[in-house]
Design a protein around this ligand. Structure first.
Ligand SMILES: C[S@@+](CC[C@H](N)C(=O)[O-])C[C@H]1O[C@@H](n2cnc3c(N)ncnc32)[C@H](O)[C@@H]1O
Length: 355
């Protein structure tokens, strides 16, 4: 195992831009690793990159800022909408009139959110706003609609204590923070401005797709970045359990099924083989195989995950003859309990190439 210390990043503009990306509390997000990732991508070079598990979208956005032609992928919808709005989109913005309209009186009398989540999440006024906002968003299309949905999703994420929807008693974590007090309508104005400011053109055609990692069609980019969910020794890493409200909100609960017998009104779980000790190894092998023709495979992996680093090294070596590891101290946000929120771990970056 080699621990390499690289040279300072050579494109500080890209890092500064990525640091300004609107922050969503997302399990396993790599905001803190941006300087390290920037350096690794810079060292590897090339022109095309795939971010196969895009999540919050911040790494895809960094790659775009570094001048790569980026393809993002995630099997959930709201990460895909965020990536479409901020990575694939290079020109469209939400104009002030559209923002005013979304924040103004409703365009119809829909009340799905008000009635379905009454007493569970947010105030009555906030839920009314979410229905009303969607009555306008439904009349938008393309990247403007993506920007508006991304801003609405981020508003709901910021207003929900801890950003997760695993509990319904919001007074439990009420700590007076501005984000928890600001009406969702005001949040929306701020978040829309934040996503507007992510929009820039890197001169290339970037793509955001939604789907399973094994169906990503661009299998031979210069760099593929893999940041799959980890199979933790304890706890779970179910994204839908935590973010079902954001996933539902991103499609106005159309085409998804609420599990009516659950207290939180969560959506059906999305199976992923990366979440389980029994299936993770095979899933990693198949992912490496899928991207074996990429010039470089960069894999983020936590030191407290299963399998361990030596095993990952063996697996990655089946498709790449040279593998380096960089280790970075990192703090994770896990679970909803204070004891479980910050767990120290090292983040390993495996960098596989053909020698
Ligand atoms: C650790 S997170 C990625 C975090 C991201 N790099 C960031 O900085 O925010 C893992 C992501 O993988 C997605 N995912 C899980 N299983 C997947 C699969 N089989 N195919 C595609 N995406 C998957 C999850 O929805 C989640 O967004």
């Amino acid at each position: 195992m080699t621990l390499s210390v690289g040279t300072p990043p050579t494109s500080p503009g890209a890092l500064a831009r990525a640091r300004g990306f609107p922050r969503i509390r997302y399990m396993g997000s790599k905001y803190r690793l941006l300087p390290h990732l920037e350096q690794v991508f810079d060292d590897l070079g090339g022109t095309t990159a795939v971010d196969a598990f895009s999540g919050s979208g911040v790494v895809s956005y960094l790659l775009k800022a570094q001048g790569f032609q980026v393809t993002t992928n995630d099997f959930l919808n709201f990460p895909t909408v965020i990536a479409r709005a901020s990575v694939a989109n290079s020109v469209e913005m939400l104009d002030p009139e559209t923002i005013d309209q979304i924040c103004g009186p409703p365009a119809d009398d829909r009340d799905f959110i008000q009635s379905t989540f009454d007493g569970l999440y947010f105030t009555h006024e906030d839920r009314q706003f979410l229905d009303s906002a969607w009555s306008h968003i439904d009349r938008l299309s393309g990247y403007k609609q993506d920007l508006a949905i991304a801003a609405l999703v981020l508003s709901a994420a910021r207003k929900q204590p801890r950003g997760v929807f695993t509990f319904t008693d919001s007074t439990r974590y009420a700590d007076g923070r501005r984000d928890l007090q600001l009406p969702l309508r005001e949040h929306f104005r701020e978040r829309a401005a934040a996503y507007n400011s992510t929009v820039f053109d890197n001169g290339l055609q970037n793509t955001a797709r939604r789907g399973d990692v094994f169906d990503v069609p661009d299998t031979s980019p210069d760099i593929v970045y893999l940041d799959p969910p980890y199979a933790p020794p304890r706890d779970d890493n179910d994204y839908i359990k935590r973010y079902h409200f954001l996933e539902g909100l991103s499609v106005y609960w159309r085409g998804v099924t609420i599990m009516e017998d659950t207290k939180t009104k969560k959506l059906e779980k999305r199976f992923t083989p990366f979440a389980y000790k029994k299936t993770i190894e095979d899933a990693l092998v198949r992912t490496f195989e899928h991207f074996k023709d990429a010039d470089s495979i960069v894999l983020s992996y936590s030191s407290n995950a299963i399998p361990d680093a030596p095993r990952i090294l063996d697996l990655l070596r089946t498709v790449k003859s040279s593998v380096d590891i960089r280790s970075i101290e990192h703090k994770y946000h896990f679970g909803t309990h204070s004891a479980a929120t910050r767990r120290e771990a090292s983040e390993h970056l495996f960098i596989g190439r053909n020698a």
